[in-house]
Design a protein around this ligand. Structure first.
Ligand code: HEM
Ligand SMILES: *[C@@H]1O[C@H](CO)[C@@H](O)[C@H](O)[C@H]1NC(C)=O
Ligand SMILES: *[C@@H]1O[C@H](CO)[C@@H](O)[C@H](O)[C@H]1NC(C)=O
Ligand SMILES: *[C@@H]1O[C@H](CO)[C@@H](O)[C@H](O)[C@H]1NC(C)=O
Ligand SMILES: CC(=O)N[C@H]1CO[C@H](CO)[C@@H](O)[C@@H]1O
Length: 280
């Protein structure tokens, strides 16, 4: 990347963070959407009704990201998962998950950059997002490490089951809920297990933060609801009558999201897992 591109990149990021903070404040000042009204009227999933689910067919492109795969499975992104514009990804994740426009620009831009493509004009296939150590990293909650299972397109149902079983909280209706400490514990266990089974295991602060932020969406947008996370993580399917649990007018900002991510990552304690295994 040329120096001009780098300088432009820094300015874009500063602009996005300032914009994000403004939206964070606007969200405090404006009333939230009423339940049932989070997904906009012209978008798929409006009024709690999602387009039909069709599992991926042979040859369809899928990624290491359960939520993007689910969007393709419901035809919100092209069902074959191919030839998607970065700009369309921005619009679709905003409508579907009520992420703030800042986040919806930032992540696809980040993906375009690591694929050496233009955010503004180029296209991608879902599988390309699984490029190792770009966003995809070792120690994920729903995928075995890429060194062991190179095709990251499908969830590992054993890992998903272990994750869902960590839930100790309860939803308002009494059903099980994944809490912040549950998620920290699940990440700790996965990092210890991945380190043991994958001789090429790598971990760094940057990817740890990615891991905890990616998984923190389960607590924010899904409210930790195991009933909603089960179809999403096992079949990559939206549950009936689902809508994002963040109802803020300007969507889930990065600033607000950080309030969940940081405690999750701070709660990760791989030492205590190793110690407990040693004693057992
Ligand atoms: C612009 C869009 C996005 C891109 C490029 C993207 C990309 C990715 C990638 C590459 C991974 C794999 C990381 C790993 O190795 O664990 C991932 C994981 C994940 N993503 Fe996304 N994602 C996007 C949007 C979303 C959205 C909108 C949600 C939630 C609503 C989401 C939720 C998750 C979750 C929960 C994981 C963790 C799965 C695990 O630990 O196994 N992502 N994402
Ligand atoms: C991707 O879509 C564009 C615009 O519809 C089209 O011109 C192009 O041929 C498509 N590429 C592939 C590989 O299908
Ligand atoms: C992008 O370009 C960089 C620098 O030229 C190169 O190292 C990297 O492998 C390229 N990435 C992809 C996905 O092509
Ligand atoms: C959120 O936290 C990440 C990592 O700590 C940081 O890079 C980013 O600037 C923060 N974003 C905002 C909008 O506060
Ligand atoms: C939904 C979510 O939190 N996605 C994050 C996954 O990790 C990448 C790594 O940069 C972040 O950019 C995304 O914000």
């Amino acid at each position: 990347m040329g120096i001009l591109n780098k300088v432009t990149g820094v300015f874009i990021n500063l602009f996005v963070f300032a914009w994000d903070f403004n939206l964070f404040i606007l969200n405090i000042l404006t009333p939230s959407y009423k339940p049932g009204h989070v997904v906009p009227a012209h978008a798929a999933g409006h009024a709690l009704s999602w387009p039909e689910y069709t599992p991926p067919k042979d040859g369809d492109s899928r990624s290491a990201c359960p939520m993007l795969n689910a969007m393709a499975n419901h035809g919100i992104l092209p069902h074959d998962g191919k030839n998607i514009t970065f700009k369309d990804l921005n619009i679709k994740i905003r409508q579907t998950f009520n992420f703030a426009p800042t986040f919806c620009f930032f992540v696809p831009k980040f993906a375009a950059d690591f694929l050496n493509r233009s955010y503004w004009t180029d296209r991608f296939d879902l599988a390309e997002l699984s490029l190792h150590n770009a966003i995809e990293h070792d120690g994920s909650l729903t995928r075995q490490d890429a060194a062991l299972v190179p095709d990251q397109a499908k969830p590992d149902l054993g890992l998903v089951k272990e994750l869902l079983e960590e839930a100790t909280g309860t939803m308002a209706d009494g059903s099980p809920r994944l809490t912040i400490p549950d998620l920290s514990r699940a990440l700790s266990k996965r990092r210890v297990a991945a380190k043991k089974t994958n001789k090429d295991y790598t971990e760094d602060f940057f990817h740890n933060i990615f891991g905890s932020s990616n998984s923190s969406t389960m607590l924010t947008l899904f409210g930790g609801s195991i009933a909603d996370l089960t179809p999403m993580l096992t079949e990559e399917r939206f549950s009936e009558n689902w809508e994002p649990r963040v109802r803020s007018r300007f969507g889930l900002t990065m600033a607000k999201f950080n309030a969940t991510v940081i405690p999750v990552e701070r709660g990760v304690n791989t030492k205590s897992i190793v110690q407990a295994e040693g004693e057992a």
